[in-house]
Design a protein. Structure first.
Length: 182
């Protein structure tokens, strides 16, 4: 059970503050709901307390985890699918998972790819969402100003992108190529 004024991560909405717990009538049945305020999306949501796991809502990472994830951000991104439609779907699924590791993969991969080849508008939005989720969660976990965390995250992503080589104008080798037999 989350406490009022605590923060949670709601996949695809980002960081939300629990601003209340109330009984709501659904199909003539009273159910207990969290009232969540999602600043980045500028909206309030009612979420049945019994469905929190189903919606993949989770608590904010710990301070130790936040510090560890700042180091992980500097790692070389995993190979990224060349086909933008498949890449977009994979990245969207990662964001829907609500897992910060998946969110970091999305941000690192798209940031690095953008260094060599411009992202589509939809991928830019996906990158911005991943970046914002990371900054917001880490700033809350470390109890630091968002501007300070933005600088740290941006520097980490730059270090990550420098570990990627641009071979013959092609940033990434397709994932499936390693499985093909010659």
């Amino acid at each position: 059970m989350y406490k009022i004024n605590s923060y949670v991560v709601y996949p695809m909405y980002g960081i939300c503050k629990v601003i209340g717990i109330e009984q709501s009538k659904v199909n003539s049945v009273l159910i207990e709901c969290y009232i969540l305020e999602c600043d980045d999306e500028n909206l309030r949501l009612k979420v049945p307390t019994a469905r929190v796991k189903e919606y993949r809502i989770r608590k904010i990472i710990s301070k130790a985890d936040a510090e560890n994830f700042l180091h992980i951000l500097q790692n070389k991104p995993d190979d990224i699918e060349n086909n933008w439609k498949i890449r977009y779907q994979e990245n969207e699924e990662k964001l829907k998972s609500g897992d910060i590791k998946d969110t970091i993969e999305v941000a690192r991969g798209l940031f690095a790819r953008n260094k060599f080849k411009e992202l589509s508008a939809s991928e830019k939005r996906l990158y911005e969402k991943a970046y914002t989720f990371i900054v917001n969660e880490i700033s809350i976990a470390l109890k630091k100003d968002k501007d300070e965390i933005e600088d740290i995250v941006s520097n980490a992503l730059e270090k990550s992108a420098k570990k990627v080589k641009n071979k013959d104008e092609d940033l990434i080798v397709p994932k499936k190529s390693s499985k093909r037999k010659s």
